[in-house]
Design a protein around this ligand. Structure first.
Ligand code: HEM
Length: 452
Protein backbone atom coordinates (compact mmCIF):
# COMPACT_ATOMS: atom_id res chain seq x y z
CA UNK A 1 0.00 0.00 0.00
CA UNK A 2 2.77 2.44 0.90
CA UNK A 3 3.81 2.82 -2.72
CA UNK A 4 0.59 4.29 -4.02
CA UNK A 5 1.29 7.69 -2.55
CA UNK A 6 4.93 7.64 -3.61
CA UNK A 7 4.85 8.59 -7.26
CA UNK A 8 6.99 11.74 -6.80
CA UNK A 9 9.57 9.61 -5.00
CA UNK A 10 9.50 7.15 -7.91
CA UNK A 11 10.06 10.06 -10.33
CA UNK A 12 13.09 11.18 -8.32
CA UNK A 13 14.48 7.62 -8.32
CA UNK A 14 14.00 7.38 -12.08
CA UNK A 15 15.76 10.74 -12.62
CA UNK A 16 18.69 9.53 -10.51
CA UNK A 17 18.99 5.84 -11.43
CA UNK A 18 17.17 5.43 -14.76
CA UNK A 19 14.02 3.45 -15.67
CA UNK A 20 14.97 0.44 -13.50
CA UNK A 21 15.81 0.76 -9.80
CA UNK A 22 15.49 -1.26 -6.62
CA UNK A 23 14.03 -0.41 -3.22
CA UNK A 24 14.35 -1.75 0.28
CA UNK A 25 11.21 -1.27 2.39
CA UNK A 26 10.96 -2.68 5.93
CA UNK A 27 8.67 -5.76 6.10
CA UNK A 28 8.58 -6.14 2.30
CA UNK A 29 10.77 -8.39 0.12
CA UNK A 30 13.35 -6.69 -2.16
CA UNK A 31 11.53 -4.57 -4.76
CA UNK A 32 12.65 -3.85 -8.32
CA UNK A 33 10.75 -1.17 -10.27
CA UNK A 34 10.65 -1.25 -14.10
CA UNK A 35 9.36 1.34 -16.57
CA UNK A 36 10.99 0.57 -19.93
CA UNK A 37 9.13 -1.07 -22.77
CA UNK A 38 11.14 -4.25 -23.14
CA UNK A 39 11.16 -5.06 -19.40
CA UNK A 40 7.42 -4.38 -19.25
CA UNK A 41 6.99 -6.83 -22.15
CA UNK A 42 9.11 -9.45 -20.33
CA UNK A 43 7.13 -9.08 -17.09
CA UNK A 44 3.72 -9.26 -18.76
CA UNK A 45 4.90 -12.26 -20.81
CA UNK A 46 6.01 -14.27 -17.75
CA UNK A 47 4.38 -17.68 -17.55
CA UNK A 48 1.56 -17.59 -14.94
CA UNK A 49 3.26 -20.38 -12.99
CA UNK A 50 6.45 -18.29 -12.64
CA UNK A 51 4.87 -15.29 -10.88
CA UNK A 52 2.32 -14.73 -8.14
CA UNK A 53 -0.06 -11.80 -7.78
CA UNK A 54 -2.25 -13.30 -5.09
CA UNK A 55 0.65 -13.13 -2.60
CA UNK A 56 1.09 -9.38 -3.24
CA UNK A 57 -2.65 -8.74 -2.80
CA UNK A 58 -3.28 -11.01 0.17
CA UNK A 59 -3.98 -7.97 2.39
CA UNK A 60 -7.26 -7.55 0.45
CA UNK A 61 -8.77 -10.84 1.59
CA UNK A 62 -10.95 -9.42 4.40
CA UNK A 63 -12.68 -7.32 1.73
CA UNK A 64 -12.89 -9.51 -1.32
CA UNK A 65 -12.88 -12.97 0.29
CA UNK A 66 -10.54 -15.91 -0.22
CA UNK A 67 -12.40 -16.96 -3.37
CA UNK A 68 -11.58 -13.72 -5.22
CA UNK A 69 -9.95 -13.79 -8.65
CA UNK A 70 -7.48 -11.18 -7.35
CA UNK A 71 -6.01 -13.62 -4.81
CA UNK A 72 -5.72 -16.63 -7.09
CA UNK A 73 -2.66 -17.68 -9.07
CA UNK A 74 -1.73 -20.25 -11.72
CA UNK A 75 -4.34 -22.79 -12.79
CA UNK A 76 -7.08 -21.75 -10.28
CA UNK A 77 -6.70 -18.17 -11.54
CA UNK A 78 -6.96 -19.23 -15.19
CA UNK A 79 -10.12 -21.25 -14.46
CA UNK A 80 -11.79 -18.41 -12.53
CA UNK A 81 -10.94 -15.86 -15.23
CA UNK A 82 -12.52 -18.11 -17.85
CA UNK A 83 -15.79 -17.85 -15.88
CA UNK A 84 -15.62 -14.09 -15.31
CA UNK A 85 -14.43 -12.87 -18.72
CA UNK A 86 -17.48 -13.42 -21.00
CA UNK A 87 -19.73 -10.69 -19.50
CA UNK A 88 -16.88 -8.19 -20.03
CA UNK A 89 -16.12 -9.05 -23.65
CA UNK A 90 -16.44 -5.97 -25.83
CA UNK A 91 -19.24 -7.60 -27.83
CA UNK A 92 -21.35 -7.39 -24.63
CA UNK A 93 -21.01 -3.63 -24.24
CA UNK A 94 -23.95 -2.89 -26.54
CA UNK A 95 -26.29 -4.44 -23.97
CA UNK A 96 -25.06 -2.11 -21.18
CA UNK A 97 -25.03 1.08 -23.25
CA UNK A 98 -28.55 2.43 -22.78
CA UNK A 99 -28.46 1.88 -19.02
CA UNK A 100 -25.06 3.57 -18.66
CA UNK A 101 -26.16 6.53 -20.73
CA UNK A 102 -29.49 6.89 -18.87
CA UNK A 103 -27.92 6.68 -15.41
CA UNK A 104 -25.38 9.35 -16.39
CA UNK A 105 -28.07 11.51 -17.97
CA UNK A 106 -30.36 11.35 -14.93
CA UNK A 107 -27.50 12.27 -12.59
CA UNK A 108 -26.26 15.15 -14.78
CA UNK A 109 -29.68 16.83 -14.73
CA UNK A 110 -28.96 17.68 -11.10
CA UNK A 111 -25.40 18.94 -11.64
CA UNK A 112 -25.16 22.67 -10.79
CA UNK A 113 -24.29 25.23 -13.46
CA UNK A 114 -21.95 28.22 -13.31
CA UNK A 115 -20.34 27.53 -9.96
CA UNK A 116 -17.44 25.36 -8.74
CA UNK A 117 -18.43 21.71 -8.66
CA UNK A 118 -16.34 18.68 -7.66
CA UNK A 119 -16.71 16.00 -10.32
CA UNK A 120 -15.26 13.08 -8.38
CA UNK A 121 -18.07 12.52 -5.82
CA UNK A 122 -20.66 12.94 -8.57
CA UNK A 123 -18.78 10.50 -10.83
CA UNK A 124 -18.48 8.06 -7.93
CA UNK A 125 -22.23 8.01 -7.52
CA UNK A 126 -22.75 7.42 -11.27
CA UNK A 127 -20.18 4.62 -11.55
CA UNK A 128 -21.57 2.86 -8.48
CA UNK A 129 -25.12 2.99 -9.87
CA UNK A 130 -23.84 1.69 -13.19
CA UNK A 131 -22.09 -1.27 -11.56
CA UNK A 132 -25.13 -2.01 -9.41
CA UNK A 133 -27.35 -2.04 -12.49
CA UNK A 134 -25.12 -3.75 -15.06
CA UNK A 135 -23.20 -6.14 -12.79
CA UNK A 136 -25.55 -6.89 -9.87
CA UNK A 137 -28.76 -6.28 -11.85
CA UNK A 138 -30.45 -4.34 -9.03
CA UNK A 139 -32.62 -1.22 -9.14
CA UNK A 140 -34.97 0.82 -6.98
CA UNK A 141 -34.95 0.17 -3.23
CA UNK A 142 -32.77 -2.93 -3.64
CA UNK A 143 -30.13 -0.80 -5.35
CA UNK A 144 -30.32 1.81 -2.58
CA UNK A 145 -29.87 -0.82 0.12
CA UNK A 146 -26.82 -2.36 -1.57
CA UNK A 147 -25.37 1.06 -2.40
CA UNK A 148 -25.58 2.06 1.29
CA UNK A 149 -23.95 -1.20 2.41
CA UNK A 150 -21.08 -0.83 -0.08
CA UNK A 151 -20.51 2.84 0.77
CA UNK A 152 -20.44 2.01 4.51
CA UNK A 153 -17.83 -0.69 3.89
CA UNK A 154 -15.63 1.45 1.62
CA UNK A 155 -15.95 4.79 3.40
CA UNK A 156 -15.45 3.47 6.90
CA UNK A 157 -12.40 1.39 6.00
CA UNK A 158 -9.39 2.32 8.11
CA UNK A 159 -5.69 1.66 7.45
CA UNK A 160 -5.65 0.03 10.92
CA UNK A 161 -7.66 -2.80 9.39
CA UNK A 162 -4.67 -3.70 7.21
CA UNK A 163 -2.52 -4.63 10.21
CA UNK A 164 -3.60 -8.01 11.63
CA UNK A 165 -2.22 -7.13 15.10
CA UNK A 166 -4.56 -4.10 15.31
CA UNK A 167 -7.71 -5.99 14.40
CA UNK A 168 -9.57 -5.85 17.71
CA UNK A 169 -13.28 -6.53 17.54
CA UNK A 170 -14.86 -4.37 20.27
CA UNK A 171 -18.03 -3.82 18.30
CA UNK A 172 -18.54 -0.45 16.63
CA UNK A 173 -16.01 1.15 19.00
CA UNK A 174 -13.10 -0.15 16.93
CA UNK A 175 -12.39 0.17 13.18
CA UNK A 176 -12.16 -3.62 12.82
CA UNK A 177 -15.44 -4.14 14.70
CA UNK A 178 -17.18 -1.63 12.42
CA UNK A 179 -15.66 -3.26 9.37
CA UNK A 180 -16.96 -6.70 10.43
CA UNK A 181 -20.44 -5.27 11.05
CA UNK A 182 -20.55 -3.54 7.63
CA UNK A 183 -19.24 -6.66 5.92
CA UNK A 184 -21.87 -8.83 7.61
CA UNK A 185 -24.63 -6.49 6.37
CA UNK A 186 -23.25 -6.53 2.83
CA UNK A 187 -22.87 -10.32 2.83
CA UNK A 188 -26.44 -10.78 4.04
CA UNK A 189 -27.77 -8.58 1.20
CA UNK A 190 -25.60 -10.27 -1.42
CA UNK A 191 -26.50 -13.81 -0.36
CA UNK A 192 -30.18 -12.84 -0.34
CA UNK A 193 -29.81 -11.44 -3.87
CA UNK A 194 -27.97 -14.53 -5.13
CA UNK A 195 -30.59 -16.93 -3.64
CA UNK A 196 -33.45 -14.89 -5.04
CA UNK A 197 -31.86 -14.80 -8.49
CA UNK A 198 -31.25 -18.57 -8.43
CA UNK A 199 -34.93 -19.12 -7.58
CA UNK A 200 -36.32 -16.75 -10.19
CA UNK A 201 -34.23 -17.63 -13.23
CA UNK A 202 -35.09 -15.03 -15.88
CA UNK A 203 -33.76 -15.67 -19.37
CA UNK A 204 -34.32 -12.00 -20.31
CA UNK A 205 -31.75 -10.68 -17.84
CA UNK A 206 -28.50 -9.50 -19.36
CA UNK A 207 -26.56 -8.35 -16.29
CA UNK A 208 -23.20 -9.82 -15.25
CA UNK A 209 -24.68 -11.76 -12.30
CA UNK A 210 -27.16 -13.48 -14.65
CA UNK A 211 -24.23 -14.67 -16.81
CA UNK A 212 -22.25 -15.81 -13.77
CA UNK A 213 -25.24 -17.83 -12.52
CA UNK A 214 -25.26 -19.63 -15.89
CA UNK A 215 -21.45 -20.07 -15.97
CA UNK A 216 -20.08 -23.55 -15.38
CA UNK A 217 -16.75 -24.78 -14.02
CA UNK A 218 -14.82 -27.21 -16.21
CA UNK A 219 -16.40 -30.12 -14.28
CA UNK A 220 -19.88 -28.76 -15.13
CA UNK A 221 -20.69 -27.42 -11.63
CA UNK A 222 -22.13 -23.90 -11.14
CA UNK A 223 -20.40 -21.21 -9.08
CA UNK A 224 -21.21 -21.54 -5.36
CA UNK A 225 -22.95 -18.73 -3.44
CA UNK A 226 -19.76 -17.74 -1.57
CA UNK A 227 -17.80 -17.75 -4.82
CA UNK A 228 -20.38 -15.44 -6.43
CA UNK A 229 -20.31 -13.18 -3.37
CA UNK A 230 -16.52 -12.89 -3.51
CA UNK A 231 -16.47 -12.13 -7.24
CA UNK A 232 -19.24 -9.53 -7.01
CA UNK A 233 -17.28 -7.70 -4.28
CA UNK A 234 -14.10 -8.11 -6.36
CA UNK A 235 -15.74 -6.52 -9.40
CA UNK A 236 -17.08 -3.57 -7.48
CA UNK A 237 -13.76 -3.09 -5.60
CA UNK A 238 -11.66 -3.27 -8.79
CA UNK A 239 -14.07 -1.38 -11.03
CA UNK A 240 -15.60 1.41 -9.00
CA UNK A 241 -12.81 3.64 -7.66
CA UNK A 242 -10.72 3.15 -10.82
CA UNK A 243 -13.50 4.31 -13.15
CA UNK A 244 -14.37 7.18 -10.80
CA UNK A 245 -10.79 8.47 -10.71
CA UNK A 246 -10.39 8.08 -14.48
CA UNK A 247 -13.54 10.13 -15.10
CA UNK A 248 -12.44 12.81 -12.66
CA UNK A 249 -9.12 13.12 -14.53
CA UNK A 250 -10.91 13.26 -17.89
CA UNK A 251 -12.99 16.25 -16.72
CA UNK A 252 -9.90 17.96 -15.32
CA UNK A 253 -7.99 17.43 -18.59
CA UNK A 254 -10.88 18.77 -20.69
CA UNK A 255 -11.28 21.79 -18.42
CA UNK A 256 -7.61 22.67 -18.77
CA UNK A 257 -7.45 22.00 -22.52
CA UNK A 258 -10.32 23.94 -24.07
CA UNK A 259 -9.01 23.27 -27.58
CA UNK A 260 -9.18 19.49 -27.02
CA UNK A 261 -12.63 19.93 -25.52
CA UNK A 262 -13.87 22.06 -28.43
CA UNK A 263 -12.69 19.42 -30.89
CA UNK A 264 -14.46 16.64 -28.92
CA UNK A 265 -17.67 18.68 -28.81
CA UNK A 266 -17.50 19.43 -32.54
CA UNK A 267 -17.01 15.74 -33.24
CA UNK A 268 -20.07 14.89 -31.14
CA UNK A 269 -22.15 17.55 -32.94
CA UNK A 270 -21.22 16.01 -36.25
CA UNK A 271 -22.22 12.51 -35.08
CA UNK A 272 -25.26 13.27 -32.96
CA UNK A 273 -26.57 9.75 -32.67
CA UNK A 274 -23.55 7.50 -32.45
CA UNK A 275 -20.41 6.81 -30.49
CA UNK A 276 -18.86 4.90 -33.37
CA UNK A 277 -16.05 6.57 -35.22
CA UNK A 278 -15.45 9.20 -32.54
CA UNK A 279 -11.71 9.08 -33.01
CA UNK A 280 -10.94 12.25 -31.08
CA UNK A 281 -13.11 11.27 -28.09
CA UNK A 282 -11.40 7.89 -28.01
CA UNK A 283 -8.01 9.64 -28.13
CA UNK A 284 -9.02 11.99 -25.27
CA UNK A 285 -9.96 9.03 -23.08
CA UNK A 286 -6.71 7.19 -23.82
CA UNK A 287 -4.54 10.26 -23.36
CA UNK A 288 -6.26 10.86 -20.00
CA UNK A 289 -5.37 7.32 -18.93
CA UNK A 290 -1.79 7.79 -20.14
CA UNK A 291 -1.29 11.13 -18.48
CA UNK A 292 -2.94 10.05 -15.23
CA UNK A 293 -2.37 6.39 -14.41
CA UNK A 294 -5.19 5.87 -11.91
CA UNK A 295 -3.67 2.54 -11.01
CA UNK A 296 -0.02 3.63 -10.81
CA UNK A 297 1.66 0.24 -10.60
CA UNK A 298 1.10 -3.50 -10.78
CA UNK A 299 3.04 -6.09 -8.82
CA UNK A 300 4.29 -9.63 -9.43
CA UNK A 301 6.16 -11.81 -6.90
CA UNK A 302 8.72 -14.09 -8.57
CA UNK A 303 8.01 -17.72 -7.75
CA UNK A 304 11.24 -18.77 -9.53
CA UNK A 305 14.45 -16.86 -10.30
CA UNK A 306 14.04 -14.80 -13.50
CA UNK A 307 16.11 -12.48 -15.66
CA UNK A 308 14.24 -9.27 -16.42
CA UNK A 309 15.76 -6.31 -18.27
CA UNK A 310 19.11 -8.11 -18.04
CA UNK A 311 18.90 -8.33 -14.22
CA UNK A 312 19.07 -11.79 -12.64
CA UNK A 313 16.47 -11.66 -9.87
CA UNK A 314 16.05 -14.30 -7.15
CA UNK A 315 12.84 -16.07 -6.20
CA UNK A 316 10.74 -13.91 -3.85
CA UNK A 317 11.62 -10.58 -5.52
CA UNK A 318 8.71 -8.16 -5.72
CA UNK A 319 8.66 -6.86 -9.30
CA UNK A 320 6.73 -3.65 -10.03
CA UNK A 321 5.70 -2.34 -13.41
CA UNK A 322 5.36 1.37 -12.72
CA UNK A 323 2.53 2.36 -15.05
CA UNK A 324 3.02 5.94 -13.89
CA UNK A 325 6.70 6.02 -14.96
CA UNK A 326 6.18 3.97 -18.14
CA UNK A 327 3.57 6.49 -19.30
CA UNK A 328 6.01 9.30 -18.53
CA UNK A 329 9.05 7.67 -20.10
CA UNK A 330 10.31 10.35 -22.55
CA UNK A 331 11.82 7.75 -24.86
CA UNK A 332 8.32 6.28 -25.35
CA UNK A 333 6.24 9.47 -25.07
CA UNK A 334 7.90 12.71 -26.27
CA UNK A 335 7.07 15.61 -23.91
CA UNK A 336 5.28 13.19 -21.59
CA UNK A 337 3.84 15.91 -19.32
CA UNK A 338 1.90 17.45 -22.22
CA UNK A 339 -1.75 16.43 -22.62
CA UNK A 340 -1.96 15.66 -26.33
CA UNK A 341 -4.71 13.28 -27.52
CA UNK A 342 -3.32 13.38 -31.08
CA UNK A 343 -0.68 10.84 -29.93
CA UNK A 344 -3.46 8.27 -30.19
CA UNK A 345 -5.09 9.47 -33.40
CA UNK A 346 -3.29 7.78 -36.23
CA UNK A 347 -1.73 4.68 -34.77
CA UNK A 348 -2.63 2.12 -32.14
CA UNK A 349 -0.45 2.62 -29.04
CA UNK A 350 2.50 0.27 -28.61
CA UNK A 351 1.15 -2.46 -26.34
CA UNK A 352 3.91 -2.32 -23.72
CA UNK A 353 4.27 1.47 -23.72
CA UNK A 354 0.60 2.10 -22.91
CA UNK A 355 -0.48 -0.16 -20.04
CA UNK A 356 -3.23 1.54 -17.98
CA UNK A 357 -4.94 -1.84 -17.59
CA UNK A 358 -1.81 -3.87 -16.77
CA UNK A 359 -1.03 -6.87 -18.96
CA UNK A 360 -0.51 -10.54 -19.61
CA UNK A 361 -2.63 -13.15 -17.87
CA UNK A 362 -3.69 -10.59 -15.22
CA UNK A 363 -4.76 -7.79 -17.54
CA UNK A 364 -7.84 -5.93 -16.28
CA UNK A 365 -10.97 -7.85 -17.24
CA UNK A 366 -12.99 -4.60 -17.14
CA UNK A 367 -10.92 -2.86 -19.84
CA UNK A 368 -13.59 -2.78 -22.59
CA UNK A 369 -16.27 -1.92 -20.02
CA UNK A 370 -14.24 0.92 -18.49
CA UNK A 371 -13.34 2.49 -21.86
CA UNK A 372 -16.92 2.21 -23.08
CA UNK A 373 -18.30 3.71 -19.88
CA UNK A 374 -15.82 6.60 -19.96
CA UNK A 375 -16.63 7.46 -23.56
CA UNK A 376 -20.37 7.39 -22.91
CA UNK A 377 -20.22 9.51 -19.76
CA UNK A 378 -17.79 12.08 -21.16
CA UNK A 379 -19.87 12.30 -24.36
CA UNK A 380 -23.02 12.80 -22.32
CA UNK A 381 -21.37 15.58 -20.34
CA UNK A 382 -20.00 17.34 -23.43
CA UNK A 383 -23.40 17.30 -25.11
CA UNK A 384 -24.76 19.22 -22.11
CA UNK A 385 -21.93 21.29 -20.70
CA UNK A 386 -18.88 23.35 -21.45
CA UNK A 387 -16.35 22.36 -18.79
CA UNK A 388 -14.26 25.25 -17.49
CA UNK A 389 -11.29 25.18 -15.15
CA UNK A 390 -11.46 26.98 -11.80
CA UNK A 391 -7.74 27.17 -11.03
CA UNK A 392 -4.46 25.32 -11.35
CA UNK A 393 -4.60 21.59 -12.24
CA UNK A 394 -5.00 19.47 -9.11
CA UNK A 395 -2.19 17.19 -7.99
CA UNK A 396 -2.71 13.44 -7.62
CA UNK A 397 -3.42 11.97 -4.19
CA UNK A 398 -3.86 8.37 -3.25
CA UNK A 399 -7.45 7.16 -2.68
CA UNK A 400 -7.35 3.55 -1.58
CA UNK A 401 -5.37 1.95 -4.33
CA UNK A 402 -6.00 4.59 -7.00
CA UNK A 403 -4.60 8.05 -7.72
CA UNK A 404 -7.25 10.77 -7.98
CA UNK A 405 -7.27 14.60 -8.23
CA UNK A 406 -6.57 16.11 -4.79
CA UNK A 407 -9.74 18.22 -4.51
CA UNK A 408 -12.06 15.96 -6.48
CA UNK A 409 -11.53 17.66 -9.88
CA UNK A 410 -13.34 20.95 -9.24
CA UNK A 411 -14.62 22.55 -12.47
CA UNK A 412 -17.33 24.98 -13.51
CA UNK A 413 -20.04 23.73 -15.86
CA UNK A 414 -21.82 26.02 -18.33
CA UNK A 415 -24.90 24.87 -20.25
CA UNK A 416 -23.96 24.23 -23.86
CA UNK A 417 -27.58 24.65 -25.05
CA UNK A 418 -29.24 26.74 -22.32
CA UNK A 419 -32.71 26.21 -23.78
CA UNK A 420 -32.31 22.46 -23.44
CA UNK A 421 -30.64 22.39 -20.03
CA UNK A 422 -32.79 20.62 -17.49
CA UNK A 423 -35.46 19.65 -20.05
CA UNK A 424 -36.54 16.07 -19.54
CA UNK A 425 -35.44 13.87 -22.31
CA UNK A 426 -38.15 12.31 -24.48
CA UNK A 427 -37.84 8.86 -26.04
CA UNK A 428 -35.21 6.26 -25.38
CA UNK A 429 -35.67 6.50 -21.66
CA UNK A 430 -35.32 3.10 -20.10
CA UNK A 431 -36.63 2.50 -16.61
CA UNK A 432 -33.73 0.55 -15.14
CA UNK A 433 -34.64 -3.00 -14.41
CA UNK A 434 -38.04 -2.47 -16.05
CA UNK A 435 -39.18 -3.65 -19.45
CA UNK A 436 -36.77 -2.82 -22.22
CA UNK A 437 -38.36 -0.16 -24.38
CA UNK A 438 -38.68 -0.71 -28.15
CA UNK A 439 -35.88 1.84 -28.58
CA UNK A 440 -33.69 -0.20 -26.29
CA UNK A 441 -34.24 -3.37 -28.28
CA UNK A 442 -33.43 -1.54 -31.50
CA UNK A 443 -30.75 0.78 -30.19
CA UNK A 444 -27.33 0.67 -31.65
CA UNK A 445 -24.92 0.84 -28.75
CA UNK A 446 -21.57 -0.46 -29.81
CA UNK A 447 -22.08 2.52 -31.87
CA UNK A 448 -24.49 3.88 -29.30
CA UNK A 449 -27.58 5.86 -30.18
CA UNK A 450 -27.21 9.04 -28.18
CA UNK A 451 -29.79 11.71 -28.79
CA UNK A 452 -29.47 14.48 -26.24
C1 HEM B 1 -10.39 3.11 -15.89
C2 HEM B 1 -10.76 2.07 -15.16
C3 HEM B 1 -9.88 0.92 -14.80
C4 HEM B 1 -8.51 0.85 -14.73
C5 HEM B 1 -7.49 1.95 -15.02
C6 HEM B 1 -8.18 -0.51 -14.33
C7 HEM B 1 -6.88 -0.97 -14.17
C8 HEM B 1 -6.57 -2.27 -13.76
C9 HEM B 1 -5.23 -2.75 -13.55
C10 HEM B 1 -3.96 -1.94 -13.75
C11 HEM B 1 -5.30 -4.03 -13.14
C12 HEM B 1 -4.15 -4.96 -12.77
C13 HEM B 1 -3.66 -5.67 -14.02
C14 HEM B 1 -2.35 -6.43 -13.84
O1 HEM B 1 -2.00 -6.83 -12.72
O2 HEM B 1 -1.65 -6.62 -14.87
C15 HEM B 1 -6.71 -4.38 -13.09
C16 HEM B 1 -7.19 -5.63 -12.73
C17 HEM B 1 -8.53 -5.93 -12.65
N1 HEM B 1 -9.59 -5.11 -12.98
FE1 HEM B 1 -9.47 -3.21 -13.66
N2 HEM B 1 -9.34 -1.21 -14.15
C18 HEM B 1 -10.40 -0.40 -14.45
C19 HEM B 1 -11.74 -0.73 -14.41
C20 HEM B 1 -12.22 -1.97 -14.10
C21 HEM B 1 -13.63 -2.33 -14.13
C22 HEM B 1 -14.76 -1.40 -14.56
C23 HEM B 1 -13.72 -3.64 -13.70
C24 HEM B 1 -14.93 -4.51 -13.54
C25 HEM B 1 -16.15 -4.08 -13.37
C26 HEM B 1 -12.37 -4.09 -13.41
C27 HEM B 1 -12.05 -5.35 -12.94
C28 HEM B 1 -10.76 -5.80 -12.74
C29 HEM B 1 -10.43 -7.13 -12.23
C30 HEM B 1 -11.44 -8.22 -11.82
C31 HEM B 1 -9.04 -7.23 -12.19
C32 HEM B 1 -8.21 -8.43 -11.75
C33 HEM B 1 -7.79 -9.26 -12.97
C34 HEM B 1 -6.98 -10.50 -12.61
O3 HEM B 1 -6.34 -10.51 -11.56
O4 HEM B 1 -6.99 -11.45 -13.42
N3 HEM B 1 -11.49 -3.06 -13.66
N4 HEM B 1 -7.46 -3.28 -13.48
Amino acid sequence: MFVFGQQRFFERCRARYGPTFSLRVPTLPPIVVFSDESSVREIFSCRPEDVSVGAALDWMHPFVGRGSLLLKDGEPHRRERRLLMPPFHHSRMASYGVAIRDIARDAMRAWPLDRPFAIEPAARSITLDIILHTVFGVDGSEREELRRALMDLFEDFSVFNLVPALRADLGTLTPWGRFLAHRATLDRLLLRLICQRRRERDAERDDVLAMLLDARHEDGSPMRDEELRDELVTLVSAGHETSTAALAWAFQCLAHHPEAQARASAELESAPDRLEGLGWMDAVVKETLRRHAVFPLVARVLVRPQTIGGWALPEGTLVYVSIHLTHRNPSLWPEPERFDPSRFLDAAPRPFAFVPFGGGSRRCIGKAYALFEMRLIVAEALRRFRIVSTGAPEAAVSRGFTLAPANGAVVRLHARHPARAGRRHRGLHVAHGGEASPERAGSNFGGSHVDA
